[in-house]
Design a protein around this ligand. Sequence first.
Ligand SMILES: Cc1cc2nc3c(=O)[nH]c(=O)nc-3n(C[C@H](O)[C@H](O)[C@H](O)COP(=O)(O)OP(=O)(O)OC[C@H]3O[C@@H](n4cnc5c(N)ncnc54)[C@H](O)[C@@H]3O)c2cc1C
Length: 431
Amino acid sequence: MNAVQQYDVAVVGGGPAGACMAACLARAGVRVVLLERERFPRFHIGESLLPSCLPPLQRMGVELGRGNHVLKRGAAFFDERTGEHNYFGFDEALPGLPEFAYQVDRAVFDCELLDAARRAGATVREGTTVLQHDIDDSGVTLAIAPTPAGPGPDECLRGASRPALAREGTTAVRARYLVDASGRRGVSSRGGRELRSITGLGRVASFLHYGGLAESAWAELIERGEVRVLRIDDGWIWLIPLHDRRLSVGVVSRRQRLPDDELHATLAASPMLARLTAGASVTGVRHVGDYSYANLAARGARYVAIGDAAGFLDPVFSSGVAIALMSAERAAQTLLPVLHDAQALADPELMAPLSEATAVAYRSFHTIAHRFYNGRLIDNLLLASAPDQRMRAGLVSLLAGDVWRDDNRFQTAVLSATRHELPPTPWSSAP
Ligand SMILES: Cc1cc2nc3c(=O)[nH]c(=O)nc-3n(C[C@H](O)[C@H](O)[C@H](O)COP(=O)(O)OP(=O)(O)OC[C@H]3O[C@@H](n4cnc5c(N)ncnc54)[C@H](O)[C@@H]3O)c2cc1C
């Protein structure tokens, strides 16, 4: 190992959490380095944003309304077997957030966020893998190496492989504080050893993109740009319209990974999907499984994990990017005033308030996701018209990601009713 570069904060990972964290810190004049394993643009799943993403993005200087993304006005739920369906517009939510969000191509979106971090003054190093980190009394040392070319381990395509890292290219970076924003199997979870699986939700997602949709299908999909959730036996399908006449489609199964022929048969059995994708081209299938977990080591002396590195629940309510951005902003707010206070940085409880705030979000989404899979939420609320308009507004506020308000009666009722139903997690006891 040779030359050691010195920074105030090292951020591992350049997804939404890492880019937002780096931007917030750099904007305040902090010397921050962001180390990202991949070279962007790269594929990533997580295409449907919530309205609660927009304020943090705006503060980062990311303007999504420039034509690369689809305006999303709500969410719709269907059961084609019974003909039931229901649409929830974000304009029905309790007041406070924008009444829309976006459906984004993550390859493009993540570049936009990383550029915002650069503009704010962060040093961004793409193609740099963090191999190891060592925390000591005065800071953290990260061993880094150039990432070899080729698809990475997050590539969900079958057969993807990448050459091994060349250890001889290893150098070091030193910082006062470490932010783990490296997503699933993040660096602070010690290769996954600190992850607690969460059961009772979806287990495997298989997904692909359709391209070149017919004019009429495209017009229908972008009229409200909503995410469509189709209930099927043993799971559900998502439909997310993406820029350039593309449609992202995924099947989430509660059991096991679907073989490709079963997946295509499942998709072909949906009349809506068959109609919307008639004549369209289709990409290869990607799969991801066992994605519901909590990182039991998400905070400690001189480090914090944010976004997926801290935990992830389930794709059904599109909460991932919203929680990633929120936790990044709050972590930065906590860190900024104490960045030169060695004692505070070494306090393992420094980020306890962040954990409390994220626990509210995780528990809210966990509760409704758990009920989606195990209770009658979908029948009683998502496919039925809720009798009480105030309750409906509360539900839509949750669907919009507006989980930190104290006047949402629906949220209060749902959270207290299910307190003892959920499998134990680090956020089980959130207020
Ligand atoms: C099937 C599925 C569907 C989903 N759909 C949605 C959706 O519709 N809407 C939504 O909001 N969320 C969705 N999500 C969740 C969403 O993908 C994540 O919550 C979101 O990407 C988290 O952002 P992040 O910045 O924490 O992590 P990531 O976006 O995963 O970023 C982590 C980054 O760290 C880098 N990295 C990893 N290890 C290292 C290392 N050792 N050194 C350097 N860099 C490293 C990676 O290359 C990556 O770029 C979905 C998830 C799944 C599984």
